[in-house]
Design a protein around this ligand. Structure first.
Ligand code: RIB
Ligand code: CA
Length: 313
């Protein structure tokens, strides 16, 4: 079966790093390129991190294109308290040998989507600013997108940056609303799904035992990533939110969900950034999203992820 062409829009972040590495390790996917956005860190940092990650995987030829340095309307909201000073803390990263490509991420998205012979799947792992800008700049690209798979949102699980909102959506709710209402097939991988997909306890030790540079880097990032979340939620392990989104694309049989109507609150005093899911179809609006709300076998997800990552480097 031919590999599925994908572009990954990302704001690395340790969980973004796992997602990127998993995608690069999966022959089912052809990673055409990465586009970076301000999110967990500022744009320069997320872009440098994306370069370091593809080079760690031995895939330095994968192009990285820097995108928007801020959300459409709102101020950036970096979260070094979660991801560390550089955003992918937990490993002694070598400097990237190569920088980002000169073309802006939005231009890269439009050019690539219009030129690629097949429709392309977008894996969106941060605030959706670049995707929204590309859709506004060239609406015709909607026909060239096979599907958008995004990590973001929460409904039954509430939020992780406010009681109502998950980080990626809260940072740029207007962008998420544009994407959700563009008529493109969308799979949402919200906290409802990722919180049902926690990593095995002490998984970092399992990764480190492989001994390769990639696996030792993953072990260090996993250990760092779990600190904030385990302390905040009182848990023994954390989900790698963005890697779960790639897992849902690769192994859909391991996840549950429902087609429904989803929109984004952009003006609520308490609920801005909330993904409002019409789970019981009370609005009568057409479905616009496959909303994943569970995982049938989290252990299998991470077993497959471990096996894929161990193939890198
Ligand atoms: O809420 C989790 C999401 O926000 C992940 O994509 C993480 O990397 C941060 O961007
Ligand atoms: Ca992310």
């Amino acid at each position: 079966m031919a590999a599925r062409p994908v572009i990954i829009d990302t704001d690395p972040g340790q969980d973004d790093a796992f997602a990127i590495l998993l995608a690069l390790a999966s022959p089912e996917l052809e990673v055409l390129g990465l586009t970076t956005v301000a999110g967990n860190m500022g744009l320069a940092q997320t872009t440098d991190n994306a370069r370091r990650i593809v080079e760690l995987a031995g895939r330095g030829a994968v192009p990285v294109h820097a995108g928007s340095a801020r959300p459409l309307l709102r101020a950036p909201r970096p979260v070094p308290e979660i991801h560390g000073k550089m955003g992918i803390d937990g490993w002694d990263w070598a400097p990237a040998e190569r920088g980002a490509e000169p073309m802006h991420a939005v231009d890269y998205l439009v050019t690539t989507l219009n030129a690629h012979p097949e429709k392309v799947t977008l894996i969106v792992l941060g605030p959706q600013t670049n995707i929204a800008l590309a859709l506004r700049r060239a609406p015709e690209i909607a026909e060239r997108i096979e599907r958008i798979v995004f990590m973001g949102g929460g409904f039954f699980e509430g939020g992780n940056m406010s009681p109502a909102a998950e980080y990626n959506i809260l940072v740029d709710p207007e962008a998420a609303r544009i994407v959700l209402n563009a008529g493109i097939p969308v799979t949402a991988v919200p906290l409802d799904c990722t919180h049902a997909t926690p990593a095995p306890v002490n998984w970092s030790a399992t990764l480190a035992a492989h001994g390769s540079e990639v696996m030792r880097a993953c072990a260090g990032m996993m250990e760092f990533f779990e600190r904030y979340g385990n302390a905040k939620y009182g848990t023994a392990s954390r989900p790698l939110h963005d890697a779960v989104a790639v897992a849902a694309l690769l192994w859909p049989e391991l996840f549950t969900g429902r087609q429904c109507t989803v929109d984004v609150e952009c003006a609520g005093e308490l609920t801005t950034g909330m993904t409002v899911v019409d789970w019981l179809r009370q609005t009568g609006k057409p479905d616009n999203c496959l909303w994943l709300n569970g995982c049938t076998d989290p252990g299998e997800v991470y077993r497959r992820m471990e096996a894929a990552l161990s193939r890198l480097g």
